[in-house]
Design a protein around this ligand. Structure first.
Ligand SMILES: [Zn+2]
Length: 172
């Protein structure tokens, strides 16, 4: 896609999805994932910056239905499920969402096997981006074999259940 950086900067707040779609406008911003209640749980450390860049572009699908195209890009420190150390995972998510005026339309569009979001009232940027991010995060992030801290020194695979995560610091 051609770089279109003329999007309107927006860090948080709500927007009218149908107006954005009708006008083909773009919103852009950055989001600190550590400040998102649900996604923050996935981070290896709350102290490391975890900023993602996002865009929300309004438009229409091939049938002329209003839709939003979301992109979320950056890198997040997640927990490697093999060595339990922080593991930087690239995020490069692009999703297309149809927007529905009401529940009836939501059900109808949903039957079409498309992602649909109810936009009867203005949508919250952070909730929308967080929802997409949670869908895109790997269920079991892992280092590549070469980067993963060797578990060989302990002579066993992984760690025991309930063992404290070695990188967790004391609570705030
Ligand atoms: Zn690892």
């Amino acid at each position: 896609m051609v770089m279109r950086t003329a999007g309107r900067r927006m860090e948080a707040g709500r927007f009218d999805a149908f107006r954005l779609a009708e006008r083909g406008e773009i919103l852009t911003g950055e989001l600190d994932v550590a400040a998102l209640a649900r996604a923050a749980d996935r981070l290896a450390s709350a102290e490391r910056p975890a900023t993602l860049a996002w865009t929300i572009e309004g438009g229409q699908d091939g049938l002329g239905r209003p839709m939003l195209t979301l992109t979320v890009r950056g890198s997040l420190p997640l927990v490697c499920q093999r060595c339990l150390q922080p593991c930087d995972v690239a995020v490069d998510q692009r999703s297309e969402l149809l927007i529905a005026h009401d529940e009836v339309e939501l059900k109808r569009l949903d039957a079409d096997e498309r992602e649909v979001v109810l936009a009867s009232s203005p949508l919250d940027v952070r909730t929308l981006i967080e929802d997409e991010l949670l869908l895109s995060l790997p269920y079991a992030p892992m280092h590549s074999a070469a980067e993963c801290a060797p578990a060989a020194s302990t002579g066993r695979e992984g760690m025991q259940p309930g063992q404290a995560l070695p990188f967790k610091r004391s609570p705030r």
